[in-house]
Ligand binder design. Structure first.
Ligand code: ADP
Ligand code: ASP
Ligand code: MG
Length: 404
């Protein structure tokens, strides 16, 4: 088999852990498999690099930012290759560029367009273990890009797809996908398997165990993904196509996202084209808007439009929204960063009613106010005050009977 193994930041946090990763890779190779390893930077490294840049500039150039951030994964890829070689295997480290990971030019959140990977394929044929620096690619014009936070998951899935791997294993610090973050709710239950759709919702709603785009990619190209721990041999969670058993469960997980900010444009004239104008301007800046709520004022002539964006884009969005609001004759714009989004997810919701009302009841019972509500056929999300995040996750997890 050809197996892609991705190791996250905590799994390569120091030399000892890198050696342990090499042992696992070596064992897989000895079982007769070809192995492609994808590594993250050592845990905390990417944040450290961002911190260094912010000490130099309030608004560092995104091209240079990407060159800087890609360095963390170079370090671990080279060290991991050395560690694998020290165990008697042929090993070769590749940067994103050497791997031929071609992306668009949207710096700091680039999309993979294709993976050429010829050199890696040749090395694999010659029985090398390949170690690829995750999280990075190269544009057609030879600029280094990064794939967004948590992007090594995407590197792994995309490489697995390009090389036609039999399996993509994501090794992390928990031994699978749980009904909610096990670091917040110790009673959370590990799922044996989860559908791509549910995993995509959980990921995009904040469960960072897999990066959202990596799940999207895996679903689109049918890449079988297993999430497991690099610290033990427990069976992990298989992310796969939906099956009949899965539909029986109404709610399969609770997710939270503390990285959202809420922007409200107050008293915009209630005429056609206003929302289009506002959100076109924001989309053109490559900012992804998530929830949108519009309230018509009581006299019917003006509306308040609230929406959420990633916290990292909040200042940029505020500035844009203020400019657009002025042009639209809106009253004012405000930004709140002390919010969180809490969501319950499950494919069974398609055929069950009452999940939303049970969620609202549970939050109300604990005195948690709901600021925004969003639904799709397999999820319900509420925006609440940040300080209630952990409480909300715990009580919802319990209310939907997800505990062990
Ligand atoms: P890595 O550095 O290996 O990529 P991450 O920190 O990105 O690891 O993702 C693993 C973390 O995801 C866990 O430590 C856990 O706190 C968090 N997490 C959030 N929701 C879930 C969930 N439903 N199941 C498992 N882990 C979750
Ligand atoms: N090192 C990058 C980050 O922290 C990518 C990753 O770990 O997947 O976001
Ligand atoms: Mg991660």
């Amino acid at each position: 088999m050809l197996i892609v193994q991705k190791y996250g930041g905590t799994s390569v946090a120091n030399v000892g852990r890198i050696k342990a990763v090499a042992e696992r890779v070596s064992k897989t190779a000895q079982e007769g498999h070809k192995v492609v390893v994808v590594v993250s930077a050592m845990s905390g490294e990417t944040d450290k690099l961002i911190g260094l840049a912010s000490q130099i500039s309030q608004n560092p150039g995104e091209r240079e930012m990407d060159l800087l951030l890609s360095s963390g994964e170079r370090v671990t890829s080279a060290l991991t290759a050395m560690a694998v070689e020290a165990l008697g295997h042929k090993a070769m480290a590749f940067t994103g560029r050497q791997m031929g990971i071609i992306t668009d030019a949207v710096h700091t959140k680039a999309r993979i367009e294709k993976i050429t990977g010829e050199r890696a394929q040749k090395a694999l044929d010659e029985n090398y273990v390949i170690v690829v620096a995750g999280f990075q690619g190269i544009t057609e014009t030879d600029d280094v890009t990064t794939l967004g936070r948590g992007g090594s998951d995407l590197s792994a899935v995309a490489i697995a797809s390009a090389l036609n791997a039999d399996l993509c294993e994501i090794y992390t610090d928990v031994d699978g996908v749980y009904t909610t973050d096990p670091n917040i709710v110790p009673e959370a239950k590990k799922l044996e398997k989860i559908s791509y759709e549910e995993m995509l919702e959980l990921a995009s709603l904040g469960a960072k165990v897999l990066q959202t785009r990596s799940v999207e990619f895996a679903m689109k190209y049918g890449v079988p993904v297993v999430v497991r721990s690099s610290f033990n041999d427990n069976p992990g969670t298989l992310v796969t196509k939906e099956d009949k058993d899965m539909e029986k469960v109404v709610v399969s997980g609770v997710a939270y996202d503390k990285n959202q900010a809420k922007i409200t444009v107050m008293a915009v004239p209630d005429t056609p084209g206003i929302a289009a104008r506002l959100f076109r301007g924001i989309a053109d800046a490559n900012i992804v808007v998530d929830m949108i709520v519009q309230n018509i004022s009581s006299d019917g002539n003006a509306a308040d439009i609230s929406f959420t964006v990633p916290k990292t884009d909040s200042k940029k969005t505020l500035k844009l929204a203020e400019e657009i609001a002025k042009a639209l004759n809106a009253k004012s714009v405000n930004l709140r960063e002390d919010i969180a989004k809490i969501s319950v997810v499950g494919v069974g919701m398609r055929t069950h009613s009452g999940v939303a009302s049970q969620m609202f009841d549970t939050l109300a019972k604990h005195g948690i106010n709901i600021m925004m509500i969003g639904t799709s056929e397999i999820k319900v999300s509420c925006v609440i005050e940040l300080k209630y995040t952990e409480l909300a996750v715990r009580v919802l997890h319990e209310a939907f009977g997800l505990a062990q």
